[in-house]
Design a protein around this ligand. Structure first.
Ligand SMILES: C[S@@+](CC[C@H](N)C(=O)[O-])C[C@H]1O[C@@H](n2cnc3c(N)ncnc32)[C@H](O)[C@@H]1O
Length: 199
């Protein structure tokens, strides 16, 4: 959080080390090392305007930056809602402040709770999993029954260096739960769809 405050919204070169799938991470940008890469934030907004989700669920709001980019997409669509959870009460309070002054609050429901306990109503069209790396598999499995079979699951931090999430995605693919595409971004982004229920 201090790093984000020091950077004060300035775009910096991406921090993640080079990987075989992304040998030039310095070509990407970031606001801080917790918030998703700037290019990934743009991708999130575009994915929302492209697929027009009614319900987006995000795990791990941090300071609410990715939440706001997704909400911008919802505002452009003129419909939908994002429910985003942040476990840490201090971080949640900061995110809440940011959302309050963003002009996007009507599209956002921010919750101070764990992704492993959060209950959301109805069908999820887009799940952005960006909380604590070791629990990503559990949270995706938890929300999978509610996922629209034509919807999308995004798992951030799935680079070959940050092995935990990549291996979780590979396992869920091997179990027949997800079909995954591993985007070669600095920190890695899996774009997936659940296998059950697809035509
Ligand atoms: C990588 S940051 C999220 C970055 C944010 N999505 C963005 O791109 O702007 C991960 C956040 O998840 C939170 N977190 C960790 N475990 C969690 C859980 N079980 N439920 C909800 N949030 C959690 C952490 O406190 C941290 O703020």
């Amino acid at each position: 959080m201090q790093q984000a405050e020091r950077a004060a919204g300035a775009l910096l070169p991406e921090y993640h080390r080079a990987t075989p799938e992304c040998p030039h991470p310095e070509r990407w940008h970031m606001y801080d090392s917790m918030t998703a890469e700037a290019e990934v934030l743009e991708f999130l907004r575009t994915l929302v305007t492209t697929t027009k989700p009614e319900l987006v669920v995000e795990t791990g709001s941090f300071l609410g930056v990715s939440t706001l980019w997704i909400a911008e997409g919802l505002r452009a669509n003129g419909r939908g809602k994002i429910i985003s959870c942040e476990f840490d009460p201090v971080v949640y309070a900061k995110a809440k402040e940011k959302v309050a002054v963003s002009g996007l609050a009507e599209w956002i429901e921010l919750r101070n709770e764990s992704s492993l306990e959060m209950v959301v109503p109805g069908t999820i069209d887009l799940l952005f999993s960006d909380s604590d790396m070791p629990i990503r598999e559990a949270e995706v499995k938890r929300f999978l029954p509610q996922l629209n079979p034509y919807g999308l699951v995004l798992l951030h931090d799935a680079s070959s260096h940050l092995k935990t999430v990549r291996e979780a995605a590979q396992r869920m693919e091997a179990e027949g739960l997800l079909s995954c595409v591993f985007l070669p971004t600095p920190r890695g982004l899996v774009v997936a769809q659940k296998r059950a229920g697809r035509y």
